[in-house]
Design a protein around this ligand. Structure first.
Ligand code: SF4
Length: 443
């Protein structure tokens, strides 16, 4: 009899939807049906039970081809290279569980290297702003149950977080929001007329890269200086700014969700700084919160796990052995790659081959490159060693942190391909082997 598993977590975006229903075959190896999941999530589950999954590590040969090797050989290769390297970098972690992130911290503490996660190229600027200016945030449940004004600033959930609007922000009927969308005002601020803008009540088509000015204008109005605004700011008419600011001031509970439109454009962390300042100003007259639209389903995880472990969320320098150091710009992955400062690269739970700037990939490629990932991707194809692992949320469970830092227990729904390890087991075996080699003086 096929088995129905309820409350499954979707391992794709920062919504970390945990209401997925999966029907698995009698033998527990196949996924027959997936419900309550968007198109992106569906593909993850389909891929999870594909017969083409990689089952053994593959090592690049002198002639450039890849040859299958055993897990023991792959662990030995990685442990020895990590010990030999002066400044190895392990990067990724958006797509693995917290248990794997903790095991990675152990490996890099032993090796005395650099440890970084995808925040460095994503919401890292938000962290910098939060360090400077605080984080007046809330949980997604509070948004669902209380928010009557929603701002999506520089974010496009219709494409990047497909169920965000229906689960948390616009459409759900919550405890104090029983009329759902009808009683919510939605404001989208984006240079493009996106599909999210299409469902909004207001679309402010800000000039690309001029968000800081627009935040300043809103702050002027909220602080009582609206009359002094010029006729237009950042491409938005004064009357529109005054009208939208009035809606914000009169909100019972408002939330601003921001994304790459702010973190990747001119100003970066300063765009977030001023967004937080506007949130603080609005709290003088209303109740306002702000939230980063974190990308991957567990990219909040390394920030939490490594903060407990070392006191820093990303860009960790563990080379001093007895104390950690963090200074984005100096200890961030792309900056170190561009300066050719690292001499080994481990890509785990991400695809730096596809998503790092090409010059950074070129520099990293000069040195040993290991990819730890369930699938073939650009990183695996340029690696010296590719080690397959389980897919979190599909063939291994674990804790993940949603975009609002709420921890969720993800379930395993099918058996992994025979012999394939999960990240935590693999990394702990690498750490054990490194300790053995160091104890024997073979390092
Ligand atoms: S919205 Fe995100 S977490 Fe939810 S089902 Fe879609 S991809 Fe998965």
């Amino acid at each position: 009899m096929p088995k129905v598993i309820e409350n499954v977590g979707c391992p794709y975006c920062g919504c970390s939807c945990d209401d997925v229903r999966v029907t698995v075959s009698d033998d527990g190896k196949d996924i027959l049906e997936v419900e309550n999941v968007c198109a992106i999530g569906t593909e993850i589950f389909k891929h999870g039970c594909s017969k083409d999954r990689i089952k053994l590590p593959r090592l690049r040969q002198p002639d450039g081809t890849m040859k299958e090797i055993s897990y023991d050989e792959a662990i030995e290769w990685t442990a020895r290279h990590l010990i030999k390297a002066k400044k190895p970098l392990m990067y990724g972690f958006g797509s693995t569980n917290c248990e794997g992130q903790a095991a990675a911290a152990r490996v890099m503490e032993i090796s005395g290297g650099m440890l970084d996660n995808c925040a460095t190229i994503c919401h890292g600027p938000s962290f910098l702003a939060i360090f400077d200016n605080g984080y007046p945030t809330c949980t997604l449940g509070e948004v669902k149950n209380r928010a009557d004004v929603i701002v999506y600033w520089g974010s496009n959930p219709a494409h990047a977080h497909p169920r965000h609007m229906s689960r948390y922000s616009i459409f759900p009927r919550g405890f104090f929001t029983g009329k759902g969308q009808k009683k919510r005002t939605v404001i989208v601020i984006d240079p493009r007329f996106t599909d999210t803008a299409n469902v909004a009540d207001y679309h402010l088509q800000v000039k690309q890269g001029h968000d800081y000015e627009l935040f300043n204008a809103f702050r002027m109005v909220v602080n009582g200086h609206g009359d002094d605004l010029p006729d237009e700011v950042a491409g938005i008419k004064k009357e529109t700014i005054l009208e939208v600011a009035e809606i914000m001031k009169n909100a019972r509970f408002g939330t601003t969700f921001f994304g790459m439109g702010l973190t990747h454009s001119d100003g970066r962390n300063h765009n977030i700084d001023i967004a937080i300042s506007l949130t603080r100003d609005l709290n003088k007259v209303s109740k306002w919160t702000i939230m980063a639209m974190r990308g991957h389903y567990n990219i909040a995880g390394p920030g939490v796990v490594w903060s407990w472990t070392f006191g820093f969320p990303y860009c960790l320098d563990l080379t001093k052995q007895n104390h950690a150091h963090m200074n984005p710009g100096e200890t961030s992955s792309v900056d170190m790659a561009m300066r050719d400062e690292v001499d080994m690269f481990i890509n785990i739970g991400t695809d730096a081959g596809a998503h790092f700037p090409y010059p950074a990939v070129k520099q990293l490629k000069k040195h040993p490159w290991v990819t730890i990932d369930p699938s073939i991707n650009m990183a695996s194809e340029i690696s010296d060693l590719h080690i397959p692992v389980c897919i979190c949320g599909v063939d291994v469970g674990g804790i993940v942190y949603r975009m609002d830092n709420v921890p969720i227990q993800f379930r395993k729904v099918i058996e992994p391909p025979e012999g394939v390890m999960d990240d935590e087991t693999l990394l702990n075996k690498i750490a054990d082997r490194m300790e053995e080699l160091i104890a024997k003086g073979e390092a």
